[in-house]
Design a protein around this ligand. Structure first.
Ligand SMILES: Cc1ncc(COP(=O)(O)O)c(C=O)c1O
Length: 281
């Protein structure tokens, strides 16, 4: 019971988990990952997360040594072993440990790591009040559609936002095209319609983003993906962030400019209620 890790075939307490200093995930960010949450202890959208993991691994030519069925069994076992009510599952796959040299190492076994910790949701008061974000130039690599652990620009952007009193940073291209936040996708609401920046290699194909977009017809809401400029966000009725940990989180100001009436809007609240809060009731 407690934080649990799985490393290459073995479960242990997270505090006991170790990987080599020569692991290529550590030395080269030669690695992809997934973050998954549970609702009622059931891994949410696991099939979709595993599909994206395979897409990311394929993009960096990394073979996954386990079948989806086996990974699913391990995920369920980790959730059970942790004993937590709701679990955050982190899954990382690296090209393995090998003497440090740039080419893919011959014969190295991929490192498979999973961790199982108590899921931490956004506090209710933060969700009710909404958050402020700042925009910043995108200085990430050109394949942000791959869920790789090359997250240094994301880490620096998040810290810069926090240091400036904002909750998160939005990556914006030189042409003022909006991509995403440091660890979530972004949506705008305008005249009742719900739009998110269209997919590109500057945007992670968010599982939560897809879940929201695919739910819109059922909720009688128009929307989907399209080109979004920073000015579109500033002129929107509502803006919100979306991700596995974030769920939906209203944005009430960007770069100090108020969005809508400066409160979390009705569409953002409705989407949270219908698509996330209802999963735990
Ligand atoms: C850069 C980035 N964008 C978007 C997301 C949201 O993706 P998901 O909904 O699959 O959690 C994440 C999640 O970690 C992310 O890191």
């Amino acid at each position: 019971m407690g934080d649990v890790a799985y490393i290459n075939g073995t479960f242990c307490e997270l505090s006991q988990a170790r990987v080599s200093v020569e692991d290529r995930g550590f030395q080269f960010a030669d690695s992809v990952y997934e973050g998954i949450t549970t609702y009622r202890r059931e891994p949410f959208l696991l099939t979709e997360h595993l599909r994206r993991l395979r897409n990311s691994a394929r993009a960096i030519h990394l073979p996954i040594p386990l079948s989806d069925e086996r990974i699913t069994e391990l995920v369920r076992e980790g959730v059970r072993r942790s004993g937590y009510d709701e679990v955050h599952i982190y899954m990382q796959l690296t090209r393995g440990a090998a003497s440090r040299s740039h080419p893919f190492p011959a014969g190295a076994e991929p490192t498979v790591v999973m961790t199982f910790k108590a899921a931490i949701r956004v506090p209710a008061d933060v969700r009710a009040q909404g958050v402020s974000v700042m925009s910043r130039p995108d200085n990430r690599w050109g394949s942000c559609n791959v869920k790789s652990v090359m997250l240094l620009p994301n880490v620096l952007a998040k810290q810069e936002a926090l240091d400036r009193g904002a909750y998160d940073a939005l990556f914006v291209g030189p042409d003022q095209v909006v991509y995403e936040a440091s660890s979530s996708n972004v949506f705008l609401v305008r005249a009742g319609e719900v739009w998110t920046p269209q997919r590109s290699d500057k945007i992670l194909p968010g599982i939560t983003c897809d879940y929201i977009v695919e739910s819109l017809p059922r909720l009688g809401i128009l929307g989907g993906g399209r080109l979004v400029y920073l000015d579109d966000l500033l002129a929107a009725d509502e803006v919100f962030l979306a991700g596995t940990t974030t769920e939906t989180l209203g944005v009430v100001s960007i770069d100090g400019k108020m969005i809508g009436d400066g409160q979390v809007g009705p569409v953002t609240r409705r989407l949270y209620e219908e698509l996330f809060a209802s999963l735990t009731r």
